[in-house]
Design a protein. Structure first.
Length: 332
């Protein structure tokens, strides 16, 4: 089953759902001729989304206003790791009755994230599949990868596309005729750090719902992921290399090798983060003594030496016209 064949099968189900909603004729007017591709399916899905004016494409028993999923995502983007992302999503869906409720079961080896799709008016179970595709994309994107590697997918679908076709979206073959819609993955992923920001989230949703079928194809660069972990660490504390690596689902050796391949190092990134925090503190009028304590230096003199290495200037003389590129190897 190749991608065009899979896209054509999904398109048929989209048109069937639009027909039940009285939207099929208008949707077909927006479609071109020729072979259906994943990009073409994304375009048709966007038109259906606009016509339905609903984040669940009108497949819920209650309306889900456009922007609801963005609101959910805004409540989880600041979570420290995937475990907290799932916990917050579980809480949000518990108080939004129009959305299928999420339940998380985290075991020592694997975690199951399941949605109660009984709230959907969805005889073909297309809505359940789209819901899983969206959150699979979102959760993976939040931790800096196009999609989470899954152990399994459970779908309530009774007559799916040829089973291998689902590898295109989920990366694995699903279990069908399940009582719920669920994603199952290794529990080790729960501690992987969130590496996205509010600004990133705005860009993500500018592509919604077209990105249901197409991941952005890029990981967050390793240096940016490490920097994000360091910036989120508690003030005055420096996470160990082992802790940083664990939050990125890597071992220390692999982390150092990836950073080296990108022309940087963990120590260099630590200095970048400290330098930025020090400059921002000075701009806000924070004293040298307070900054030294806040950033984890043993004494103000150690902070002054480090600051001179980073900027070529002492903290007292630093101003907008007296900046230099950061150095390396600041003493702590």
């Amino acid at each position: 089953m190749d991608v065009p064949d899979w896209s054509a099968l999904v398109l048929r189900r989209v048109l069937d759902a639009a027909e039940r909603q009285g939207l099929a004729e208008r949707l077909q007017e927006s479609m071109g001729d020729g072979e259906m591709t994943v990009a073409g399916l994304a375009a048709v899905t966007w038109q259906w989304y606009v016509l339905a004016d609903d984040d669940l494409f009108g497949l819920g028993r209650r309306p889900v206003p456009r922007g609801t999923f963005r609101l959910v995502a805004s409540s989880i983007v600041h979570a420290p790791n995937l475990r907290e992302v799932l916990a917050r999503t579980e809480l949000v869906t518990a108080v939004m009755p129009a959305l299928p409720r999420l339940r998380v079961v985290a075991g020592p080896e694997q975690t199951t994230v399941a949605w109660d799709v009984g709230v959907l008016d969805d005889p073909d179970h297309l809505g359940a599949e789209l819901l899983l595709v969206f959150f699979h994309r979102l959760f993976g994107w939040l931790i800096g990868t196009p999609r989470i590697t899954l152990r399994s997918v459970e779908l309530p679908t009774r007559e799916p596309a040829p089973i291998d076709a689902y590898r295109v979206v989920f990366g694995c073959v699903p279990v069908i005729e399940s009582t719920s819609a669920a994603l199952i993955f290794d529990s080790s992923l729960l501690e992987v750090a969130v590496t996205r920001t509010e600004a990133d989230l705005q860009r993500f949703f500018r592509q919604f719902p077209g990105n249901l079928y197409m991941a952005d194809g890029t990981d967050v660069p390793i240096a940016a992921r490490v920097r994000h972990v360091l910036e989120r660490s508690a003030p005055g504390s420096r996470p160990t290399p082992e802790r940083v690596a664990a939050q990125l689902h890597l071992n220390v050796r692999a982390l150092r090798a990836e950073l080296r391949a990108h022309g940087t190092s963990l120590r260099g990134l630590e200095d970048e983060v400290l330098r930025h925090a020090a400059i921002e503190g000075l701009r806000q009028g924070v004293s040298v003594a307070e900054l030294a304590a806040r950033l984890g230096f043993s004494e103000p003199s150690a902070f002054r030496r480090a600051f001179r290495r980073w900027t070529g200037s002492s903290p007292g003389r630093y101003d907008a016209g007296d900046r230099a590129e950061p150095g390396t190897g600041a003493a702590r």
